[in-house]
Design a protein. Structure first.
Length: 444
């Protein structure tokens, strides 16, 4: 039987390529996927003038003291529904975490947590904040991710917010290199135009201080219904990634501002209210594939006084709920929320590790099992396990033993596009073409 010849000519294929060139460019530029770097499990907000280089260790000590006063971290695990074996394993890791890195991401707040104290006071606080952050980074006491939240770009606070941003970034620049984990947060965004304005502002700061283009990325806080559904019936939040490609690092849901904007009475404002879930689902759809990370909001039920255990149960349940829904980060407002944050997070990854690792091993070894996983599911399995390693819930040795893969291979499975890019770069360098390519680029 003769092999049939195709009917599409090279010219047909070339025409299709030409038609799809804009699509190819869109996917390449606007949908790069997650970059595989570590995402913090939480963000802590403190009034900007309360930050000192020792703040993180002080929060860790307060968190441990609260846990000790209420039966210890093992008891916390039981309160969160963990069995004895899991609670013991989680407690030892949470203990180490609170001693070594109690805050992963810290935001010095010049917005709601700072208020309007007049220009002179805020100018001084912005300059002092830059100096304190630079000192903390130099001393090695700063959280791995750190930055400021300044006032929003609505008319009444726009100039003030921009001045604080300018003074803080300029102060860091004067002190030396920017912190590797620098994060800037733009709150109460209502329109795409405000995000474009922020892009312009940080671009000008990059030029003024000779930073590489794109060095100053920022988060957008989703706290207004106008960002979810615009006046023309479209979703502005879905346009953000494409209005300023590569500039936005994350979308953070604002529990209380958003709920209040929809007239939800205070008693029922919550991370799990239906209006919150709807907004977060829209956010999730809006940034899928773009590489922009998501963060859930906070609960204002704080573990203090006589309500510590009930508040821990609530916080732990809400943290777990967010994780199950693909929100791997949230806000913490008080040192006493750190034990429940890490206990719930670590339990989530440790409980899921055996099944995920077994399926991953079967996929890598091409062994038939009870579940036939496709490449997309394998990526999700690997990403889940990798997040567990990055946050400290599980060790690389645990993954090696259960899944039969090391962290480099795990990263490649979770982010194959990144792995292919790294492989291509490595191959290029080994062949000596890298130098030639750079030379050609310099003369083109």
């Amino acid at each position: 039987m003769a092999v049939p010849s195709g009917s599409l000519s090279p010219n047909d294929l070339a025409q299709i390529d030409a038609q799809l060139a804009p699509t190819d460019q869109l996917l390449e530029q606007n949908y790069p996927g997650d970059d595989g770097s570590r995402q913090p499990v939480h963000t802590v907000y403190v009034p900007a003038d309360r930050f000192t280089p020792s703040l993180a260790s002080e929060w860790g000590a307060q968190a441990l003291a609260t846990a000790d006063a209420h039966g210890g971290l093992d008891r916390l695990g039981h309160l969160l529904g963990q069995d004895a074996e899991l609670a013991e394993a989680v407690a030892s890791r949470v203990q180490a975490k609170l001693e070594s890195e109690p805050i992963e991401d810290l935001r010095l707040d010049f917005e709601d947590g700072f208020g309007d104290r007049g220009d002179d006071a805020e100018d001084a606080a912005a300059v002092a904040a830059a100096s304190a952050v630079a000192a903390a980074v130099a001393a090695g006491t700063a959280p791995p991710f750190i930055g400021i939240r300044f006032k929003c770009f609505e008319a009444a606070t726009r100039a003030r917010g921009l001045r604080t941003l300018d003074l803080f970034v300029s102060g860091l620049a004067a002190a030396g290199e920017l912190p590797q984990g620098l994060i800037l947060t733009l709150p109460k965004v209502t329109t795409v135009a405000q995000v474009r304005a922020m892009d312009f502002a940080v671009s000008r700061l990059e030029e003024a201080h000779s930073f590489p283009a794109g060095r100053l990325r920022f988060e957008v806080q989703v706290e207004t219904p106008q960002l979810i559904l615009g006046p023309d019936g479209t979703s502005p939040v879905a346009q953000l990634a494409h209005a300023v490609p590569g500039r936005i690092s994350g979308l953070h849901y604002g529990t209380y501002d958003y709920s209040a904007s929809l007239q939800i009475s205070a008693e029922y404002q919550s991370m799990e209210h239906p209006v919150a879930d709807f907004a977060k689902e829209v956010m999730q759809l809006a940034v899928a594939g773009t590489g922009i990370r998501l963060s859930d909001g906070s609960t204002n039920i704080i573990p203090v006084g006589d309500a510590v255990e009930d508040a821990w149960k609530l916080h732990g349940r809400l943290v777990r709920r967010s994780l199950e829904r693909g929100y791997y980060q949230g806000w913490d407002l008080h040192p006493a929320q750190l034990p429940s944050r890490f206990a719930a997070t670590y339990a989530f990854y440790r409980q899921g590790l055996p099944a995920a690792a077994a399926r991953l091993r079967n996929y890598v070894d091409r062994t038939e099992g009870g579940v036939m996983d496709e490449p997309a599911t394998a990526r999700a399995l690997a990403a889940f396990v990798l997040r567990g390693v990055q946050c400290g819930a599980v060790g690389a040795e645990d993954v090696q033993a259960l899944a039969g893969v090391g962290v480099p291979q795990l990263t490649g499975l979770a982010h194959p596009r990144l792995a292919q890019s790294s492989l291509a770069e490595s191959s290029l360098a080994e062949s000596g073409l890298s130098r030639i390519s750079n030379s050609q680029g310099a003369h083109s």
